[in-house]
Design a protein around this ligand. Structure first.
Ligand code: CMP
Length: 148
């Protein structure tokens, strides 16, 4: 299985509850490594651009409101099969449908305030990583791990 990178966001609901570390523990327990991280408050145009694919959905305005209501943590996760693995760790979009033990089952409030975002495919992962990070901001960790 190939080593992949995926874009993850810890959303304003979880940041507001001071639970970033609990989410990072889930990533690390699943064998995903954080190779870049950044806290920021999305501007309205940034949130609109990030979620542009949903612009015709009835929840788009409300989603943009939510995503700009407080800071988010954006991170790049790296590991074997990272895109699928991260989505497994996150659980279904709607926490009512999420498997027990997944992040969304344990931390999400509802289908909108659902704790985390994760890229859904290799092409979107590339686009979403570039949305937040330049190549220089992503740290190579595999070389360091071999010394451990
Ligand atoms: P995310 O994985 O970030 O991708 C799109 C986001 O839109 C999703 O998580 C939710 O935050 C939000 N979303 C998806 N479906 C709905 C819905 N039916 N109602 C409200 N928000 C939604």
């Amino acid at each position: 299985m190939a080593i992949e990178r995926t874009l993850s966001m810890v959303k304003p609901d979880v940041v507001g509850k001071n639970m970033i570390g609990k989410i990072y523990q889930r990533f690390e327990a699943a064998g995903l490594q954080i190779v870049a991280a950044r806290m920021m408050r999305l501007s309205r145009p940034e949130a609109e651009r990030f979620y542009a694919v949903h612009r015709h959905k009835p929840f788009y305005r409300s989603l943009v409101e939510f995503m700009t209501c407080g800071p988010i943590m954006a991170q790049v996760l790296e590991g074997e099969d990272a895109i699928r693995k991260n989505r497994e760790v996150m659980g279904a979009t709607n926490p009512d449908d999420a498997e027990p033990g997944t992040i969304r089952a344990d931390f999400a409030t509802n289908v909108e305030q659902n704790a985390v975002h994760g890229s859904d495919a290799p092409e979107t992962a590339v686009q979403e990583i570039a949305f937040f990070f330049s190549n220089e901001q992503i740290c190579e960790r595999r070389a360091a791990d071999s010394r451990a």
